[in-house]
Design a protein around this ligand. Structure first.
Ligand SMILES: Cc1cc2nc3c(=O)[nH]c(=O)nc-3n(C[C@H](O)[C@H](O)[C@H](O)COP(=O)(O)OP(=O)(O)OC[C@H]3O[C@@H](n4cnc5c(N)ncnc54)[C@H](O)[C@@H]3O)c2cc1C
Length: 627
């Protein structure tokens, strides 16, 4: 039997696994990435898009922490757009359509070239333990790999069953093989698992669709990049997405076919993604709406693959019904399906069994990240993979792990939600999940997270220096605008009047002017230019910090109040039964979720503030010094 030894093992080469393996090896740990099939590295089994509100924030945070998803996106972008521009600075975000082959190739190339990292095709079938700590992994080929930390990033492959109408068979996504043995090993170790499902749309051949009646959307005209250090590009107009809609005929076919849907026959009863419903789900939820918007999204530029994904049209109806549905769409009378749509059921690990470092509460050195934790989305997976990879590397070296708070970033919110509330349906990130949105903007992700990336060794000298110079330029400009006054004059007031802004009658601070309606940083910069012109991103940051200074301060105060609760730790194995007067629902929830801090306890649904108050008193009483 082959034996080898590593410091960190990552199981799975999807979005979470790639980030975890790159992070652990870059931090300096000897790392092994095991993947069932190396040709599915960073596979996008659904929409070929990265970003959008909240998800785009996560991608920016990955970049800030020293991960790769932003760069992989920039390297494979077909078109990119700003979303939510009319809704305020906190929620605006980038979204890119990607060439899925280029995206995969980017990650594969990185993994192959990465120092300290060995990538290997094999299936992990058993987790090996030494007492309560992991000691390694056994594989399908009979090999034993020892390690001090293992990160499981196995996505939807565990217990995967594909459904196309009444036809069901064990499978991973897109014809990949499923991987069940490892989950059986986890269940035997006492981990609780559940089942979820998700669906995808049929893929069409571009040459068989008439797109003349659709509305085309191209990339923005401005240069853009996801990566904080990335070179911004304006993308050519040789790629577009095509906006269309279903028809009343589509609706009639759905009416006639619904009884054959696995959702209706009861073949599938696992919970699907509420916010990314299949066309059948939409039909069941909104029976009166007979037209739904859809988007045709080619997976490559002209000359690449002809495959087209249809956004908002995922389905697990029988194949013949899928053909009829497709042919009912505008311009699709003769469309040919290259890959049928399907639903997939899979096993996930109930994420409240993890601590906020993403390490198992019961098996030391065992981390889980990505869809296996009940999330949905490439961005949610990659962000967790990065955090788990960092913490596995720290754990393997016996160093203190990283916990991100809810005010550190969307990643902090994601992990806190999963580990304190768990989830019974695929968890997707939204801006509404985050209570400190104004503090967690796209433009300040570097300030929030890059110092952590630097500390753990994921941000090299050149990038760090570029970043510190950027911060110096921004801070100097904020300082200048906060200390420089503009004299009132007819000339100035004419400019303000033309912009629709109120006139000034006395010397006015530039920062105060920036808070006025219709006054922009661009105007201020033209009136009294800084010594050195700021880059566009820097100007945006300065403008946002000054325009919303009052609100930002208020949110910082609220966040810091919450953080002080997060810093009151609950002793391990705390005796909740000994807390007098606590409601039994609170007691049961606290016993189940085992929160680390009073802040976490407060966020568990069903635990009341009054019970947390009682808990606080009991913790103080339990400390020897408090007696
Ligand atoms: C059909 C479908 C539709 C989806 N629709 C959407 C959507 O509409 N919107 C959205 O945001 N997201 C959607 N997703 C989710 C998105 O694709 C996933 O969230 C994302 O890919 C998860 O990344 P991951 O790294 O956690 O897992 P995956 O990308 O699934 O990767 C798992 C990896 O683990 C490997 N592996 C598994 N078990 C083992 C083992 N025992 N040993 C070795 N290797 C193993 C696999 O080979 C694979 O490389 C969909 C997914 C599917 C399957």
């Amino acid at each position: 039997m082959f034996r080898d030894s590593y410091e960190v093992i990552v199981i799975g080469g999807g979005h979470a696994g790639c980030e975890a393996a790159l992070a652990a090896s870059r931090i300096g740990r000897r790392t092994l990435l095991l993947n069932l099939n190396m040709d599915n590295t960073a596979l996008m089994p659904c929409n070929p898009a990265i970003g959008g509100p909240a998800k785009g924030h996560l991608v920016r945070e990955i970049s800030a922490l020293g991960g790769e998803q932003a760069r992989a996106t920039d390297a494979s972008t077909l078109m990119v757009r700003w979303l939510n521009t009319s809704k305020g600075v906190a929620v605006r975000a980038l979204r890119a359509q990607c060439d899925i082959k280029a995206y995969t190739a980017y990650y594969s190339g990185l993994l192959e070239r990465q120092e300290n990292l060995n990538i290997h095709q094999d299936e992990a079938i058993e987790l090996l333990l030494d007492g309560e700590r992991i000691s390694g992994v056994l594989t399908r080929h009979g090999s034993t790999y020892e390690a001090r930390a293992v990160v499981l990033c196995s996505g939807v492959y565990g217990g995967g069953v594909v459904h196309v109408g009444g036809v069901s068979f064990p499978s991973g996504p897109m014809g990949q093989t499923p991987a069940n043995a490892f989950f059986e090993s986890l269940v035997s170790l006492g981990l609780k698992t559940g089942r979820m499902r998700t669906d995808t749309s049929p893929r069409l051949n571009l040459d068989t669709i008439d797109l003349s009646e659709t509305k085309k959307q191209y990339s923005e005209d401005m240069p853009l990049a996801f990566d904080i250090w990335g070179e911004k590009r304006v993308y050519d107009k040789d790629y577009a997405c095509f906006f269309s809609h279903t028809t009343p005929e589509t609706h009639s076919i759905l009416v006639a076919s619904m009884h054959r849907s696995p959702l209706v026959t009861g073949e599938v009863d696992a919970e699907g993604p509420r916010y990314c419903p299949s066309i059948e789900d939409k039909f069941l939820r909104f029976p009166d709406r007979d037209v739904h918007p859809i988007v045709f999204e080619p997976l490559a530029r002209a000359g690449g693959t002809k495959e087209v994904y249809i956004q908002n049209f995922s389905t697990s109806l029988p194949y013949d019904a899928q053909i009829a549905l497709i042919n009912s769409l505008p311009g699709c009378k003769n469309a040919k399906i290259m890959k049928p749509g399907y639903g997939i059921e899979y096993v996930y690990i109930e994420p409240d069994q993890l601590s906020p470092t993403l390490e198992s509460k019961i098996i030391e050195g065992f981390f889980c990240a990505g869809q296996v934790n009940g999330t949905s989305g490439y961005e949610e997976a990659a962000a967790q993979g990065l955090l788990a990879g960092i913490n596995a590397a720290l754990s393997a070296a016996g160093e203190e792990q990283i916990v991100l708070s809810r005010s550190d970033g969307y990643l902090g919110v994601l992990v806190d939600d999963l580990t304190t509330k768990s989830t019974s349906e695929p968890y997707r990130m939204f801006t509404s999940r985050c209570e400190h949105r104004l503090l967690m903007r796209y433009d300040n992700a570097d300030r929030r997270l890059s110092p952590i990336g630097r500390r753990v060794g994921l941000i090299g000298d050149a990038r760090w220096e570029a970043l510190t110079r950027k911060w110096e330029r921004e801070d100097a400009e904020i300082e200048r605008l906060s200390n420089t006054r503009l004299a009132a004059s007819d000339e100035i007031n004419k400019i303000l009047f033309e912009a629709g802004a109120e006139p000034i009658y006395e010397h006015t601070l530039l920062a105060a002017m920036l808070r006025r309606k219709n006054v922009t940083y661009e105007m201020i910069e033209a009136l009294l230019p800084p010594e050195k012109k700021l880059y566009e991103d820097e100007a945006f940051h300065v403008e946002t910090e000054l325009r919303y200074a009052g609100y930002i301060e208020k949110e910082k105060r609220t966040a810091s109040r919450m953080e002080s609760m997060d810093n009151i730790f609950i002793p391990e194995q705390f005796d909740y039964d000994g807390v007098k007067g606590m409601r039994s629902e609170s007691r049961q929830k606290l016993l189940r979720f085992q929160p680390r801090s009073l802040g976490q306890a407060l966020r568990i649904s069903g635990v009341t503030p009054a019970d947390v108050q009682l808990l606080w008193v009991a913790i103080k009483m339990s400390r020897p010094s408090a007696r």
